[in-house]
Design a protein around this ligand. Structure first.
Ligand code: FAD
Ligand code: NA7
Length: 522
């Protein structure tokens, strides 16, 4: 029975047998049900991050016997952390708190115009406060699992045979557990360049937020959102920061917006080295921070350059944690190149009793709320009789660069690719937040853009905003887009004055008209 059950989920198998009275009379059905209950757990979740914790807790609320395994392999620099996964420990939470520290620096600058005196920043005070907050979140997660009777095991999970995993703890002790169903939610870890000196001397976002000393003059390698956010934070804290860009900024995002993000950063102190990649990192001096020499080569020709930095931060992408967990032993398919796991629309892998959520999914968004939603709904479908699937369309997100960029729906490039340029109308404008006027901050920098499908009642299919609190602004409009937001509905909405969000209720100028969008006043 066990080998059969590896390929056909039990409920489906039982349904299939129901019309056969023999199955019932002979006790076959009962045996199958007993087989299911002979596992240690109804569900084992591997990975205690955003997706895994959400799924495990929901399954426990629905009365199931659940275990979560979470284990952090220390970074090459030796950094490690507690329960909660990337977002809580080395992602969204410390990143947004450091972004806030940088914004406060900007506000302090502004405040001088309003009569306040300047104060200095202290890296250690900031990281200590942030790490204390993270510890409280780690503790909160443990408590929450205990309250819901979810067994939490701080061990590395690895499949050894069908329905069975081996859990290895920090001391190397191994225990084995079985479950009827498994959810893989192991997330990703930062990638390294594979050049001389990278693992020895470079740090990643895994190390930055708990770095015990101020990183000093920093080279950030990579140009995606993690790279630009980290570069923005460090510049905002007063450090000398250079970003080494291999090709474009924010690949996958609207490129007009990406360039606007970059040019604001450039105007506010971030240096960009475009079309270069590092080929060697050499230590010149030890220390906290020490001194590193970086040799880089052009992506367009034979030119090489050198630079000396205190810290080199790699943000060149993340690798899925799927290759060292015995997935081959039970036949779960992964994309050999990316390590991502393909799933169907109910987050089921090719092995029916094994599911996956979060960053490791192929072709899905890598965001905490997406992982949480997918994990929660998966548990409800598996154990609560619910049918709702995770909707991966029109997911809003925000890049927390010094000037925040929020978006929902399609980039202009993608919209043109899908709908063709002639079927679209793009409305846009610059805007000047009132708070920026007295502070003397740049006019004609904040920017709003919507992309509408002319042949679907001018439905808004892309929403983009570059400005203060873009995350807060975007969230509400994302809900409106879920409800089918059109240009007319935006025009019919009365704005809140004076805010940044109100700009979307008064958009008049189309991009195709070529009319001037610069602002003369607030
Ligand atoms: P994770 O949260 O990564 O959790 C996976 C857990 O599984 C980890 O604890 C890992 O150690 C553990 N694990 C791995 N393998 C095993 C194993 N074999 N056995 C046991 N445990 C294992 N998202 C946003 O929505 N907003 C943001 O602002 C944002 N900012 C980010 C900033 C940075 C710097 C980074 C790196 C990410 C950011 N993200 C943000 C993305 C967000 O953190 C991820 O999308 C989210 O954490 C994914 O959740 P997950 O459950 O897939 O995996
Ligand atoms: P991404 O989104 O995968 O982007 C990687 C960035 O690093 C991107 O700008 C790449 O440039 C650049 N890159 C990749 N390899 C190299 C090398 N070898 N040298 C120089 N630059 C390189 O990674 P992130 O870490 O920012 O984010 C990944 C996920 O983590 C994200 O979705 C969140 O969930 C958190 P390219 O454009 O390819 O030329």
């Amino acid at each position: 029975f066990k080998s059969l059950l590896c390929f056909v989920p039990l409920p489906v198998f039982i349904l299939f047998l129901l019309p056969f009275p023999y199955a019932h009379q002979s006790g076959l059905l009962q045996k199958l049900l007993q087989e299911d209950s002979t596992y240690d757990y109804d569900l084992i979740v591997i990975g205690g991050g955003s997706g895994g914790l959400a799924c495990a807790q929901e399954a426990a609320i629905l009365g199931k016997k659940v275990m979560v395994l979470d284990f952090v392999v220390p970074s090459p620099q030796g950094t490690s952390w507690g329960l909660g996964g990337t977002c809580v420990n080395v992602g969204c939470v410390p990143k947004k708190l450091m972004h806030q520290a940088a914004l406060l620096g900007q506000a302090l600058n502004d405040s001088r115009k309003f009569g306040w005196e300047y104060v200095k920043h202290n890296w250690e005070t900031m990281t200590e406060a942030i790490q204390n907050h993270i510890s409280s979140l780690n503790w909160g997660h443990r408590l929450s699992l205990r309250e819901k009777s979810v067994d939490y095991v701080n061990s590395y999970g690895e499949f050894v045979e069908h329905h069975r995993i081996k859990a290895t703890n920090r001391k190397g002790q191994e225990t084995s557990y079985t479950a009827a169903k498994f959810v893989i939610a192991t997330g990703e870890r930062p990638r390294y360049l594979g050049i001389q000196g990278d693992k020895e001397y470079c740090i990643t976002s895994d190390d930055l937020f708990s770095l015990p000393y101020c990183p000093g003059k920093t080279l950030v390698v990579g140009a995606s959102y993690v790279a630009l956010e980290c570069a923005g934070v460090l510049t905002g804290l007063g450090l000398d920061v250079t970003v080494m860009v291999r090709s474009v900024l924010l690949r996958g995002f609207d490129q007009e917006m990406a360039e606007r993000v970059g040019s604001y950063m450039e105007q506010h102190g971030v240096k960009f080295l475009r079309k270069f990649i590092p080929v060697m990192v050499k230590q010149l001096e030890k220390g906290s921070p020490g001194k590193l020499k970086v040799v880089a080569k052009s992506t367009e020709g034979p030119e090489t350059i050198e630079g000396v930095y205190n810290t080199v931060l790699l943000a060149i992408g993340r690798d899925s944690c799927t290759r060292k967990m015995g997935l081959d032993k039970i036949g779960v398919k992964i994309n050999k190149k990316t390590g991502k796991i393909p799933v169907n629309d109910v987050e089921q892998t090719n092995v029916p009793y094994v599911y996956a959520v979060g960053d490791i999914l192929e072709g899905k968004l890598e965001l905490t709320p997406v992982a949480i939603q997918a994990g929660k709904l998966l548990a409800r479908r598996l154990f609560g009789g619910c049918l709702e699937k995770c909707d991966y369309i029109n997911v809003p997100t925000t890049v927390f660069t010094p000037l925040e960029y929020g978006c929902c729906g399609l980039s202009e490039e993608k919209a043109i690719e899908v709908y063709k340029k002639e079927n679209l109308e793009v409305y846009h404008t610059f805007f000047w937040p009132l708070e920026w006027t007295v502070a003397g901050r740049d006019n004609n920098t904040c920017y709003a853009k919507i992309i509408c499908n002319k042949f679907d009642n001018y439905r808004v299919i892309g929403f983009h905003v570059l400005g203060p609190n873009a995350g807060e602004v975007t969230q509400g409009f994302a809900a409106a887009m879920k409800c089918g937001l059109t240009k007319q509905l935006l025009d019919d909405t009365i704005g809140i004055h004076p805010t940044c969000g109100e700009v979307f209720t008064t958009l008049e100028i189309t991009k195709s008209s070529g009319l001037d969008i610069t602002q003369k006043g607030c």
